[in-house]
Structures are given as C-alpha cells and as structure tokens.
Ligand binder design. Structure first.
Ligand code: 5GP
Ligand code: ZN
Length: 140
C-alpha cells in the first residue's frame, strides 16, 4: 500500500477518490492530465507514495517518475505530434509549487505555441557564477 496523506489532492487522485484523466501508470507512478494545460497534452506524473517535494521524494520514486516522464514525452511526439517536450518540477512556493505532492510536468511543445521562459537569458557576471558554483560544490 502506498504512503498517503488524507488531505492531499494528488493522493486522492491516485486513489481514484477524485476524478482525473489517467494516461499512464506503473507500480510506483500515476500520470494524469493537468486541468490547466500550458499546451495541448500537458500531463503530470506523480509517485503513488506521498512526498511533499523534490527534497523529500524517495530517490527510487524519483527515478520511476523520470522514466514515466520519458515514456510520456515519447508518446507526446508520436501520438500528439509534439515537436519537443519540457519536463518541469517546482520545489517550494517561491518556485511556483502550488500542490505539495511531488509532480513532474510533462509539457508537449509545438513549433507554433506561445509558451515562453519566465526570464530572458542574459549573460551573468563570470566571477559571481564561479562563486555560486563553489558554494554549490559538495563541501569536504
Ligand atoms: P504546481 O503549480 O504545483 O507545479 O503544479 C500543480 C498543477 O496541478 C497545476 O498545473 C494545476 O493545474 C494542476 N492541478 C491542480 N488541481 C488539479 C486537479 O484537481 N486535477 C488535475 N488534474 N490537475 C490539477
Ligand atoms: Zn499526496
């Protein structure tokens, strides 16, 4: 039996207590259509086990979600004619997470869609990039 949170929307979807359009499932994951699609075919992959976010999810569940995302990305190209796919995860409110059961967005992309990055890529300060990189490295 999966680990569930009785107050969690996506746990209820996994359990079939709230209706959804399920498009894929396996031992560890379920994928269903997002009700506010960014593009045609936008789906969410979730682990059956409840976990709040990227930092809490069991690594084996995370791996299974990634593989399911890859499966759906292939299907988006084959079945929907997508020209590309974005995989997106938001971890934390400031990163736009609104549902606190880990999920991977699988967003089919089309040559003529209007989805754009929320920032304009601009070259950064090379010294500061280096400093941030040093901080990110595992400390001995
Ligand atoms: P987040 O903002 O946390 O990255 O993504 C949550 C996603 O869940 C949103 O894209 C939102 O549209 C979707 N969502 C919220 N409530 C429901 C629901 O009841 N059913 C489905 N299928 N998707 C939902
Ligand atoms: Zn949950």
């Amino acid at each position: 039996m999966p680990v569930t949170d009785p107050d969690c929307l996506f746990c209820k979807i996994v359990a079939g207590e709230i209706p959804s359009t399920i498009v894929d499932s396996d031992e560890r994951t379920v994928a269903f259509m997002d009700i506010n699609p960014g593009t045609r075919g936008h789906a969410l992959v979730v682990p059956r086990n409840h976990s709040r976010d990227l930092l809490e999810i069991d690594p084996e569940d995370l791996a299974a979600v990634a593989v399911a995302g890859q499966r759906l990305a292939g299907r988006a190209k084959e079945a929907l004619g997508a020209d590309g796919v974005n995989l997106l995860n938001s971890c934390g409110e400031v990163a736009w997470q609104t549902v606190f059961h880990f999920h991977l967005h699988v967003i089919p992309r089309y040559a003529d869609d209007t989805v754009r990055l929320p920032w304009i890529p601009t070259p950064g300060d090379l010294d500061e990039i280096q400093v941030a990189g040093e901080q990110l490295k595992e400390q001995a």
